[in-house]
Design a protein around this ligand. Structure first.
Ligand code: FES
Length: 160
């Protein structure tokens, strides 16, 4: 059964105290849960958070399902989110995503067999001037070529 660490519980408590409206604490709390649950949020996590925050599950689901930064299924240790919106697509973003999928022998949205990588195609990440780009966990990798993207991913893999 999912449970936050003591630090995690304190984090949520502080977030609840920080805002006038308890609902404002949902996003940071979901981030914390996702981090402690290996990169995604399960139904069990939502139920847990609902109890911890004393908020209806439906309200947490509303936020969780709306924002794409919350993963609704397990992801690899490196979650590679390749932007395929207009600026990135015009600069090779779709081909970049295909190249990375091929290199890791994984389909978009699936976890590689070794559990290390998930490649997702995502909408604009707000860094259009550095297209094509992608986000890997919390890091932005920009002005990419297929070669530089794989090189940087190998480097990040070595840090796991
Ligand atoms: S279109 Fe890719 S970051 Fe905006």
């Amino acid at each position: 059964m999912f449970e936050l660490s003591e630090e995690g519980k304190q984090f949520v408590k502080k977030e609840l105290e920080r805002y006038e409206d308890r609902y404002s604490a949902i996003i940071p709390s979901l981030y914390r849960v996702q981090k402690e649950n290996g990169g995604w949020v399960s139904d069990e996590c939502v139920a847990y958070l609902s109890q911890l925050m004393d908020l209806p599950e439906a309200d947490i689901y509303e936020v969780f399902k709306f924002y794409t930064m919350f993963n609704q299924k397990p992801v690899g240790q490196l979650h590679v989110q390749v932007c395929t919106n207009i600026s990135c697509s015009m600069n090779g973003g779709r081909e970049l995503a295909d190249h990375i999928c091929k290199a890791y022998n994984v389909k978009s949205g699936e976890v590689s067999s070794d559990g290390k990588v998930t490649v997702s195609r995502v909408e604009c990440l707000g860094s259009c001037d550095t297209a094509p780009m992608m986000q890997v966990n919390d890091r932005y990798l920009e002005n990419l070529t297929p070669e530089s993207a794989l090189e940087q991913l190998k480097s990040l893999e070595s840090e796991l």
